[in-house]
Design a protein around this ligand. Structure first.
Ligand code: ZN
Length: 301
């Protein structure tokens, strides 16, 4: 089994007198660190390797929440937040909640989105704006994996910047400069991914968990999903996936360290291919997405 990407976790040093901030997922911890720099200490709720669909916070984490000034929620309806966010907010009345998904249009899960025309220029902002924390419960049926599009990430970074500036107006200029630098990095990342995937005519990726709809939309890929309603596929589903993979010449099944790799291994065996692990939840967002784009590129030969 190959591992595409780098799963090292930067050991964060605690900053004396830094604002204490808690975020649901590691990519948001990474975004907040970029913007907040030396003014904040930011901690994740869902640790490396855990699934945002099933994770339960520890008493130590809830203790941290009780001291936090701000909570950064994904806001797009990840199961962890549907189950835990109300309880987390109830722990600390003084904590400000930032909905990082504000302004991002959510994709319907039922659509199983396919970008058939390969439109690399489609703008996230042109989609209907829906979702967000206010209609969390309607959010079921919407794809929560918003952060895996660099264009969406830029919106999330903007929301984090606004939250930090409201919390600590004295440092607004500092946050602003950091934000501008990181938005530049995200723009470079976007161009780099387009460049990596440019010459591919076969643009299908076979993935275990459906994390990649926003990425696929932005870069003109088609995500074929192994899971059925969050579970291992039925024998019939497996057979159909194997047929599809063979027809398209797919030789790689992408799975994640956070999820079971069992059915991915079975499919890989049947198509004479292999399983490659990619993580949708790495803290070093830019590096991780470049590695993943390169792994997708290699798989589409
Ligand atoms: Zn997921």
């Amino acid at each position: 089994m190959a591992f595409a990407g780098n799963c090292t976790v930067a050991s964060s040093t605690i900053i004396q007198d830094g604002h204490i901030i808690v975020a649901s997922i590691l990519p948001i911890v990474g975004f907040a660190s970029k913007v907040g720099g030396e003014k904040i200490n930011v901690f994740e709720m869902i640790p490396p390797g855990a699934s945002p669909h099933t994770y339960e916070p520890t008493p130590g984490q809830l203790e941290k929440v009780s001291k936090a000034e701000m909570y950064l929620a994904v806001g797009s309806g990840i199961e962890f937040e549907i189950v835990w966010l109300d309880k987390i907010i109830a722990i600390n009345d003084d904590m400000v909640l930032v909905d990082c998904s504000k302004g991002i249009g959510l994709i319907d899960i039922s659509q199983n989105p396919e970008t058939k025309n390969g439109d690399n220029n489609s703008k996230a902002g042109s989609q209907e704006i829906s979702g967000g924390l206010e209609d969390n419960h309607e959010g079921i049926g919407k794809d929560p994996h918003i952060w895996l599009s660099p264009k969406n990430a830029a919106v999330m970074v903007e929301n984090i910047y606004l939250g930090l500036s409201a919390m600590d107006p004295d440092n607004e200029d500092y946050f602003y400069d950091n934000k501008v630098d990181f938005l530049d990095e995200l723009e470079m990342l976007d161009r780099k991914i387009i460049e990596i995937l440019l010459e591919k005519t076969q643009r299908k990726i076979l993935v275990f968990h459906p994390s990649w709809a926003y990425f696929a939309r932005d870069y003109g890929l088609e995500q074929i999903v192994v899971e059925e309603d969050g579970k291992e596929p039925s024998p019939r589903g497996m057979a159909s996936l194997i047929d599809q993979a063979k027809e398209s010449g797919i030789k790689v099944v992408f799975a994640s360290p956070e999820f079971s790799q069992k059915s991915a291994e079975v499919i890989a065996g049947e198509i004479g291919g292999k399983v490659v692990l990619i993580s949708p939840l790495a803290r070093d967002y830019v590096k991780n997405l470049i590695n993943i784009a390169e792994a997708f590129e290699k798989s589409m030969d």
